[in-house]
Ligand binder design. Structure first.
Ligand SMILES: Nc1ncnc2c1ncn2[C@@H]1O[C@H](COP(=O)(O)OP(=O)(O)OP(=O)(O)O)[C@@H](O)[C@H]1O
Ligand SMILES: [Mg+2]
Length: 417
């Protein structure tokens, strides 16, 4: 990926424009193909709401600041990046595509033609396809095939998951990036990026919901049998908790944010009955004592509401009976005490909290669930590069010599739209 000027190394740049912060990460592949973070820049974002741009200038400025910091820490000039996309403009559906096999053995071209057929869905004029991801293949009527590459067959069918984005939302974000001197190497739905670094292979195989609870949005991705089957964005996140606390306790937003992080709890029953803290509400000369149970009583209903929206979305997907691995929570709001308990109660599923795994380098300051999407973008860049290398290899060597299982994994994970 030609994201960086002045290097022959394999470098990836991931740019996560979240509702509360913009993160630029520069990643390098070492000799063992491990990702190392060699540069990072985080800037507070003010021009975003619920995952969408509401002020071009403010977002452009935050992107610029984050990019400048990443350039200074990495020592590279950044000209383009893989960029995350979230917000209510994201939608998904599943589709099927069929192709006749050109030779006797199924090659990447056949898979590509089947996927092209799957992507031939009717997309409204204001939507654009972001991803067409294979979920499974059917070869001459035999279903349940994870990878069709290298198999003998005449008729290849693919079941694909398609993610689309609202073009206006995408163009507005692109404008902010342009203003900060950045080209877009590719768009990645935030949920897919986060899932890449928080889910285990076993969870993906068994059936799991990844839930990235950020500031303005909650990004969902359902994985079953190793592939993504459903994605969605719920326009509710931690910032709603902050504004509830601000309203309920008559506090400025910054104070409410601090109170949430220090004393927040989603389960009043888990709070020590006598515990209290001091704050100075609007119109008060002196600080007043607020009981922790009263704070928890403000937080709990909003967290319950969030997970009931998650439950509705899981039901809407139709995969609610297929998730034995339960829910994996990540995102900046996921560490809130009591969050897991409420999730388990509302969803009736096992719940674990996760932060990004498997990335090395400058990660100490960034070891937080808030950076799942940003790390996921680097992982996505790596997978994309491996996929294109493999496509080259398939053509160069011919299929019999190819490590078909490895190739299969890459083809299954991602095929950008
Ligand atoms: N310790 C904490 N306890 C509770 N909430 C927290 C804590 N730390 C951060 N948060 C909340 O996490 C949210 C930010 O999360 P994150 O950084 O994942 O969001 P984002 O990526 O900027 O936004 P989004 O993904 O919604 O567009 C904020 O609402 C913040 O208040
Ligand atoms: Mg986010």
């Amino acid at each position: 990926m030609a994201s960086i000027i002045g290097t022959e190394d394999t470098i990836f740049v991931g740019l996560d424009v979240g509702t509360t912060k913009v993160t630029t990460l520069v990643g390098q592949l070492d000799a063992e193909r491990n990702l190392r973070v060699i540069g990072a820049g985080v800037a507070a974002a003010t021009g975003m709401r619920k995952g969408g741009v509401i002020s071009l200038e403010a977002v452009a400025q935050a992107v610029q600041t984050s990019k400048d910091k990443a350039e200074r820490t990495s020592g590279y000039e950044i000209t383009s990046a893989l960029v995350s996309l979230s917000g209510s403009g994201i939608a998904s559906q599943n589709s099927k595509g069929i192709a006749g096999v050109s030779g006797r053995v199924i090659g990447p071209d056949d898979v590509a033609r089947a996927l092209d057929a799957a992507r031939a869905i009717t997309v409204p004029y204001n939507r654009q396809i972001l991803h067409v991801i294979p979920r499974g293949f059917i070869v001459d009527g035999q279903d349940g095939i994870r990878s069709a590459l290298g198999m003998h067959g005449y008729r290849l069918e693919v079941e694909a998951h398609i993610v689309t984005a609202n073009v206006t939302a995408l163009r507005n974000l692109e404008k902010c990036l342009e203003a900060a001197g950045l080209d877009v190497d590719g768009w990645v739905a935030s949920s897919l990026a986060s899932a890449e670094v928080v889910l285990t292979e076993t969870e993906r195989e068994m059936g799991v919901v990844m839930c990235d609870i950020g500031g303005g949005t909650t990004d969902l991705a359902i994985y079953i049998e190793g592939a993504v089957w459903h994605t969605a964005v719920i326009p509710v996140g931690g910032d709603h908790l902050t504004s509830d606390i601000a309203q309920g306790l008559h506090l400025p937003l910054e104070t409410a944010e601090m109170v949430k992080r220090r004393h927040g709890q989603a389960r009043p029953a888990a709070v020590d009955a006598g515990a209290a803290f001091a704050v100075r509400p609007f119109g008060q000369e002196q600080t007043v004592q607020v009981r922790m149970v009263d704070l928890a009583a403000i937080v709990e209903p909003r967290v319950e509401e969030l997970f009931s929206l998650v439950r509705q979305e899981i039901k809407r997907s139709g995969y609610d009976g297929l998730l034995p691995a339960g829910v994996v929570l990540t995102g900046g709001s996921s560490p809130l005490p009591g969050m897991r308990d409420v999730a388990a109660d509302v969803l009736h599923l096992p719940v674990r909290s996760a932060q990004p795994e498997g990335v090395r380098g400058l990660v100490d300051q960034l070891r937080s669930p808030a950076f799942a999407t940003a790390f996921g973008l680097l992982e996505w860049g790596k997978l994309q590069e491996e996929q294109s290398l493999l496509e080259g290899k398939v053509r160069l060597l011919g299929l019999p010599k190819l490590d078909v299982r490895r190739a299969a994994d890459y083809f299954r994970r991602l095929l950008p739209g």
